[in-house]
Design a protein around this ligand. Structure first.
Ligand code: DGT
Ligand code: CA
Ligand code: CA
Ligand code: ZN
Length: 571
């Protein structure tokens, strides 16, 4: 199951949507949205809290707390059921289309009977929307673009959703009597940014009890196929899972095969054929005699083909086999290589937790340094001021070294304005230890304007890191249009690092951009962009992207000791 906090957050978001769809109080809807974010980001499990405990979550008042308690005790909330009854499910799903708000969704339902995304696409194709009040050809084009974006993920799951599901299933299956090994393979092991289906591999003499354990999971909605070696299910959240059971002796060959990618495996099989061998999920065989040569570990399989073991994140046929043959695979950055996080928020702006809680949690991760980088004033809704920022600096200094000796840096996330300018003059910027600068507005500038804008930000000596460069949100917002190679060159020339934003909705830069930027000699920072204590571990997805982009620890400034980082930030 997902964390109960996530279920509650989904429910509160749904309630907010339903309030808006039914023309309710917009302020009330926003209060519920805020509470939903607070619950999702709250460190304690809501299932363990009583009414008074729930009320201690920031932004959760008495009436919201009562609904949460009602949900935790009865599994439903009467007020939400009531609103749900009046609105077909598909209408709410329409609001997932970028650019389509709840009011508009209800209008489309009432006036054209549209209650699904397919209905909407068909109505746009038929030119029906432009007949409605307040809509025209321009809004049709915009919504069509939104539908494309939504469909661009093609029903694939976000990385963290697939990972949480896979970890839980692996843990369950591993405890079944007779299970000798269990792990996930496929695109998840390769840390692709989205996951088509989850592939779980187990070793056992008898497969039936393992298959049984999978289909008995409470969130399995449908058993798609069930057999001796493979069972496929679909969860209530719509994620497809394949479980394959192999003999322990074939573990390595099966992991190699089911980790993929298909393109990598095609190349590996070619190597085998050229050597007079045959490779399958059961092992590496002599093609002439049929004798089994190796199968127990992946390393043995690669070794018998004349290759070192290749990290899963590299297995995309992007030159890793050639590099392995030459003996110069990159020594890719390790999961625990980060010494700190350089982009994080607190409740001074839109974060959920206090600076104290964020710093304490970061220190518990074993970090040597940690930067607080709240939003700067040009993001008006965050109401930042010079005074607030300076007061926070005093607090940050008080926290410096207070938890396990972890050093606390005081920074900010600046806004890159339409002409590349940032929030504060140089004198004020000079007071920060670290400045991240990001695009948060004017996303649709022409490529030329956007490129000039980003290069100007790089050239600002007080800008150390460009945050989430392309601004894309997976399935929600398209990346900006810019000449990225020109920006990469500017970063390399000015010594400005590029962020690998680890939030699983962003993963920005992603692997292909990282590969390109690396060739320009750019340095990177892998950051969580945490808005809550529970987001700090997201950096593992950023590390996954970095590994897919062939980065070593040396390429990533927040693997460096503080003194070296400070001299990078100083120039
Ligand atoms: P996904 O699920 O779309 O995110 O991507 P993958 O890579 O997990 O692909 P999937 O689930 O279809 O298969 C898992 C791995 O198993 C894949 O990376 C390679 C291997 N595999 C499965 N079926 C075949 C096949 O028919 N041919 C080859 N060459 N490899 C296969
Ligand atoms: Ca898969
Ligand atoms: Ca699969
Ligand atoms: Zn940002």
């Amino acid at each position: 199951m997902a964390r109960p906090n996530d279920d509650v957050a989904d429910l509160l978001f749904e309630y907010a949507d339903l309030i808006s769809i039914t023309g309710g109080d917009a302020f009330k809807a926003r209060v519920y949205e805020k509470a939903a974010r607070a619950v999702a980001g709250f460190h304690d499990n809501v299932a363990d809290l009583d009414q008074r405990g729930v009320e201690r979550i920031p932004g959760v008042g008495r009436s919201i707390a009562a609904k949460i308690v009602e949900y935790m005790t009865t599994g439903r909330v009467a007020a939400i059921e009531e609103l749900r009854a009046g609105i077909p499910d598909g209408v709410r799903r329409l609001t997932a289309v970028p650019g389509l708000g709840p009011k508009r969704a209800l209008q489309l339902y009432r006036e054209l009977g549209i209650s699904s995304i397919d209905d909407l696409a068909a109505a746009i194709q038929a030119g029906q929307l432009r007949e409605l009040k307040g809509l025209g050809e321009k809004s049709e084009a915009k919504l069509l673009h939104g539908i494309d974006l939504l469909r661009s993920t093609g029903g694939r799951s976000k990385l963290h959703v697939a990972e949480e599901l896979a970890r839980r299933l692996v843990a369950t299956i591993a405890t079944v009597d007779g299970c000798q090994r269990c792990a996930y393979a496929g695109s998840l092991r390769r840390m692709r940014e989205t996951i088509g289906d989850v592939d779980i591999l187990a070793a056992a003499d008898r497969s039936a009890p393992l298959m049984e354990a999978l289909v008995a999971q409470p969130d399995v909605a449908e058993v798609v196929a069930r057999g001796e070696t493979k069972t496929s299910v679909r969860t209530v959240a719509g994620v497809h899972v394949d479980l394959r059971v192999v003999p322990l002796a074939a573990w390595g060959a099966a992991m190699q095969y089911f980790t993929g990618s298909a393109a990598h495996n095609v190349r590996i099989r070619e190597l085998a054929v050229r050597a007079g061998l045959k490779l399958s999920e059961y092992g590496l065989f002599d093609a002439g005699t049929g004798e089994l040569l190796v199968s127990e570990t992946e390393a043995e399989v690669y070794e018998r083909l004349g290759l070192p073991w290749i990290p899963p994140e590299l297995r995309e046929d992007r030159g890793e086999i050639e590099a392995a043959l030459r003996g110069d695979l990159p020594d890719v950055i390790a999961a625990d290589a980060l010494r700190g996080d350089l982009h994080t928020h607190t409740n001074l702006t839109d974060g959920q937790a206090s600076a104290e809680d964020m710093v304490a949690t970061a220190a518990a991760r074993g970090y040597e340094y940690y930067a607080i980088t709240d939003h700067a004033p040009d993001l008006y809704m965050q109401r930042m001021s010079d005074e607030k920022m300076l007061a926070q600096r005093t607090r940050a200094h008080a926290l410096d070294g207070a938890y396990s000796g972890m050093r606390v840096l005081h920074g900010t996330e600046l806004n890159i304005g339409p002409d590349g300018e940032v929030d504060w003059p140089a004198e004020f910027l000079a007071g920060f230890d670290v400045c991240v600068a990001s695009v948060h507005s004017h996303f649709t500038q022409s490529s030329d304007d956007m490129t000039r804008r980003l290069i100007r930000a790089c050239e600002n000596p007080h800008v150390h890191i460009i945050g989430h460069l392309t601004g894309r949100k997976i399935g929600r917002r398209a990346p900006i249009d810019a000449d990225l190679d020109a920006v990469f060159a500017a970063c390399a020339r000015t010594g400005t690092a590029l962020e690998i934003n680890s939030h699983p909705d962003r993963l920005d830069l992603h692997d292909e951009h990282i590969l390109r930027a690396r060739r320009h000699g750019v340095k990177f920072a892998i950051n969580s962009d945490a808005h809550s204590t529970i987001h700090l571990p997201y950096v593992r997805y950023g590390v996954g992207m970095a590994r897919r982009g062939w980065l070593t620890g040396a390429d990533v400034i927040n693997t460096w000791p503080l003194e070296r980082l400070r001299s990078f930030l100083a120039v």
